[in-house]
Design a protein around this ligand. Sequence first.
Ligand code: HT7
Ligand code: ZN
Length: 845
Amino acid sequence: PKEIFLKDYKMPDYYFDSLFVGEEKTIVSSKIIVSPRIEGHSHPLVLDGRDVKLLSVKVDDKDLKAPSGTFTLEIVTEICPQNNTSLEGLYKSSGNFCTQCEAEGFRKITFFQDRPDVMAIYTCRIEADKTLYPVLLSNGNLIEQGDLEGGKHYALWKDPFKKPSYLFALVAGQLESRDDTFITSSGREVSLRIWTPAQDLPKTAHAMYSLKAAMKWDEEVFGLEYDLDLFNIVAVPDFNMGAMENKSLNIFNSKLVLASPETATDGDYAAILGVIGHEYFHNWTGNRVTCRDWFQLSLKEGLTVFRDQEFSSDMGSRTVKRIADVSRLRNFNSHRSYGTSIRPHSYIKMDNFYTVTVYEKVCAEVVRMYKTLLESSGFRKGMDLYFKRHDGQAVTCEDFFAAMRDANDADLSNFLLWYSQAGTPNVKVVSSYNSEAMTFSLKFSQGVPATPGQHVKEPMFIPVAVGLLTSSGEDIPITSVYHDGTLETVMENGQPVFTTILKVNKKEDEFVFANIAERPIPSLLRGFSAPIRLDSDLTDEDLFSLLAHDSDGFNRWEAGQILSRKLMLSLVADFQQSNPLVLNPKFVEGLRTIIRDPSLDKIMDLMEVADPDAVHAVRSFIRKELALQLKEEFLSTVINNRSSEPYTFDHENLARRALKNVASVCPFGELTLDHPYLASLGDEELTNLALDEYKSATNMTDQVAALAAIAQNPGLAREEVLLDFYQKWSDDFLVVNKWLSLQAMSDIPGNVVNVQNLLKHPSFDLRNPNKVYALVGGFCASPVNFHAKDGSGYKFLGDIVLQLDKLNPQVASRMVSAFSRWRRFDDYRQALAKNVYEIASKSLA
Ligand code: HT7
Ligand code: ZN
């Protein structure tokens, strides 16, 4: 395959003004009004097409002939959606037709200039059998519909907004809708419809609630109103990713629409809220203002992920959301063996571009830094200017940067490096206190590691949010800071602040706080104000103090992270040298205080290092030791956080369930590798406790958490409860996926055999991405069995990837990414993984 370079970007030679699409059986006829960008030029018009059979082409109603000026191009193609297992273009999911055109799926429907800077008005006529496909949907407004001969019917849709081909959508099938309305801030009534098979309609209430909340939030926070009279969401069971923001016809993976307390966890509810918001927010950031080319993907994704993160924070707990997002970001970053910038200069396959580089959140951190630097009001001014300048256009990351800079008259000198320079900056900070001068200094030094093709790195512009604490944990008021020889006042409305943003943008940069009466404990990088790795000289005592008192909830959690990482690393070293493992009593006491403090939402998540056996042994040791020493505290946490109230999705109840489940069963009600504390002891009393939790659970969050706890210890109880769960939920494929992934992630020895058997289970199907992510993806997340020393885990994945590639290359390449960590393993595993990785990735190239 040919490598595509950003530097080779050329404007299109032809514009497409309008496009008319019709479908009969699998015949697609399109009529395109084409006009040259430069009148009179003689460049060829090159169209993209893949897996489509050309039946005819006409130019201005005549047989093909070189045109000049504006002309009409009519193309008829034949496609086979029923055989399309790639789930790109037009395909069938559970008997219904649907489309996925981002990034380059439209070319699988018809020949077209399939690139985001070719924007056209689309009119789409769909013809189909009325009994089999009673619902016919496309983008925009329904202009006309009616019956045809032979039991067929048609619908004519017109989208009044120009759009790129990747936002085109079509759905035809047997679906019913949950209907609602939203009155916009200017008083327009918008019809909202969520389409699913009839039996799933009761599970769409939370999705509708999320959509209305997102519409309201975007008006309140960004002044952005919805622009059409109809907004459709369709849920389909076969979908490569989470969802797609097609103009006015969002298509969703069912997993991110369907929820009831009995079948969905708190994690599912939160994901639905966030993704419904995300796709809706794309209407302005992605659709009204789109990307010039796919190198600008982070322009729409970064901004929209940032917007959905803010939305979820405003709807729930900002701290919990920030912790979840940063954990995900770090987990993803630690998977990357070497960095790719959020706007690479070349790509070979667009699919890989989504999963590996920009799509996974880093770009949202860049947008967040604009907000941190410009504050909320400055950020809003920048957004307003961005829409004023670029509504209806296909633009670049520089255009967004320029709008932020110009609206605020801001000096953002080297900020653009965040887009082009790969690798996570390493920042070191050294503090010193001068009691005579009453000053406190923070000296920063930064460096970005060399990455392939980028050996010399420039210093980055890094906003570091800092607060100072007294020894008893109170925030110290900050009035002024010396920087570069000048004293800058940092007060707001004449009042001192408790957090200030230091703009670190040199290789070595010093900031000196004035009027500090005692040696403070610095709370650094509050809220994770920049996506960097920070190394500080904080002592364990400082960290315990921050853990107990920091007014910044994120940094309280972060202090716990640093402490547990230190503890973990020293125990890993002991384990590797065959020293006895002993838990530091200070750590146990620190944790005892936290467990007793109901305000802290999430406690532990330990870092991974390159020796999976040592990490696993140490993790299990810490968990068991803590469970033994803090048994009373954990037990009372379980008892105090039970509830007989009906399920509600709000912060208070989420936190309560999370705390109960981390103590007894499974953290945050999600399927993660962190095992619950008490159940790790595996004794009868505690297994019975988990069984009671399982039997008495009235919602999926509690039920699946209890199941996970029981399933971690091999034995009869495990087998019985897994069977019971399957029998209860075998008709609900989304719940069955939880059952698959829970078994796949298990640490029980030799689990690869169980997973291989599950591939043959009637509930599994290699053609359904959700099932592959649950079973194969779940297995690859297991540090013990995926990384087994006999290489069986790597071989398993290699074999599956080769099979998957024939069916669905996008899903295959997402699975290969599990190998991308191989450079971090010990030598033995590196050799095993590298071998399989190279075979698997070569076949995907
Ligand atoms: N913008 C959407 C990305 C997407 C996608 C990309 C490649 C292949 C399949 C896909 N499905 C959805 C989704 C989003 O940003 O939410
Ligand atoms: Zn998106």
